[in-house]
Design a protein around this ligand. Structure first.
Ligand code: DGJ
Length: 405
């Protein structure tokens, strides 16, 4: 644990936002609100933007890196695969495959041009498909290719390139021996609000796309899949105009939802759910709903996966106030348990770059679940919930021997 924490803390100094308006316009129209740091972060012409999207020559390159930088995670830097190409696995998740003792990272391949489908639409990239990367050490990633491809010609197909495929997640079904992928399927205006399901005999695909639906007849946008220790799996999704989250169990083959569904965090407007479990308690990190712009994360906990869910607060620790209130300028996508280190996880998040979505970055940081250390966390001397903490680090690595420690 100490090794996880004993890494460099970033001291960011952000210069006050500069006004880019000419003085005559200011005299005519009056002083306009200066841009916030998040505005500048999103503005590709700003120096603040460049700071958060360092250039390719700063990339994490597992194949050509020297011993000193081995296994170092640098949140926000380009991350090269074993072919020396930037990884394309956005909104992703990681599956540990026991059969091959290998990690598989699935995510959105956004390697296309960013454009707006219409003037008021969101920035988007046409569907390329779902990428898969494999790794033994969670740092060196081999490209296994696009395991579910977008559809070029058939405009009626869910995966037609003009649609939206986001947040793919894969789990393994021990009963059927199949790898099952769930994903957010939508049209360019996000009105279809559905989930899609695909299946494969191999973790590296190809995945066969089965169908999409609105689970429980409800809208479903940002979503996640969670497989519990007892083999039961669940779908968690933002619904009712993203105003609330729903959770429902999957059928035994993981290919559909059952009728059992609970609503939670009602009227809280949360998305990007990432669910995990520690010592019998369920935890979740979510984001607010602000498009591609970063916002404040919240951690939630429950003693039963179906709820009730309670909100614990912002799990982000370190950096500075701006960092903590923007989830370190990123948005949650997955939380991966670190084998051999109970209570330690890797928090996986996306630093979206809406002006060039293919250049969105990954923010992987240590997340720990620990004993609460402040009086406020105690009720009649009993801790209510353990503390969920995501620590900012400019660079960090997992402790040696994390697998078998
Ligand atoms: C936020 C979601 O979390 C992303 O997955 C994506 O849907 C963007 N909104 C689109 O604006």
């Amino acid at each position: 644990m100490r090794e996880l924490e004993a890494v460099e803390e970033e001291k960011f100094k952000l210069s006050p936002p500069r006004s880019r308006r000419n003085p005559r316009a200011v005299r005519r129209k009056g002083e306009r609100k200066p841009p916030t740091i998040v505005d500048e972060f999103l503005d590709e012409s700003s120096a603040v933007h460049d700071m958060f999207f360092p250039e390719l020559n700063m990339a994490v390159d597992p194949i050509n890196s020297g011993n000193d930088s081995m296994y170092l995670y640098y949140p926000g830097r380009v991350w090269l695969d074993t072919d020396g190409k930037p990884t394309q696995a956005h909104g992703g998740g990681v599956l540990y495959d026991k059969k091959t003792k290998t990690y598989f990272w699935y995510g959105e391949n956004k390697d296309g041009k960013t454009y707006k489908a219409h003037s008021k639409g969101a920035d988007r990239v046409d569907i390329v498909g779902v990428s898969c990367y494999s790794s033994k050490d969670l740092w060196t990633w081999k490209n296994e290719g696009v395991v579910l491809r977008g559809e070029e010609k058939n405009v009626t197909h869910d995966l037609h390139k003009s649609n939206v495929l986001e947040r793919p997640k894969v789990i393994y079904n021990d009963r059927t021996g199949k790898y099952v992928m769930w994903m957010h399927i939508d049209d360019a205006n996000y009105t279809k609000a559905s989930v899609g399901v695909a299946v494969s005999d191999s973790p590296t695909g190809p995945f066969t796309y089965l169908y999409s639906k609105r689970p429980h007849d409800c809208e479903s946008r940002d979503m996640a899949i969670f497989k519990d220790d007892d083999g039961k799996a669940y779908l968690i999704y933002s619904s009712e105009d993203n105003s609330e989250l729903h959770i429902g169990s999957l059928t035994d083959d993981y290919l559909d939802v059952t009728d059992d569904m609970r609503r939670f965090l009602i009227a809280q407007h949360r998305e990007a759910p990432a669910l995990f479990k520690h010592e019998g308690t369920y935890y979740m990190v979510t984001s607010g709903c602000t498009g591609w712009a970063p916002n404040t994360a919240l951690a939630h906990a429950a003693t039963s996966v179906m709820g009730p869910w309670e909100t614990l607060g912002n799990p982000c620790v370190g950096g500075n106030e701006v960092f903590r209130s923007t989830t370190f300028f990123s948005q949650s996508t997955f939380v991966l348990p670190v084998p051999g280190l109970p209570g330690s996880f890797i928090f996986m998040a996306d630093r979206w770059n809406p002006s060039d979505l293919r250049d969105s970055r990954y923010v992987w940081l240590p997340l720990t679940i620990g004993v609460p250390d402040e009086a406020a966390d105690y009720s009649f001397m009993f801790p209510l919930w353990s503390r969920v903490s995501i620590y900012w680090h400019k660079r960090w690595r997992l402790p040696d021997g994390w697998r078998d420690s």
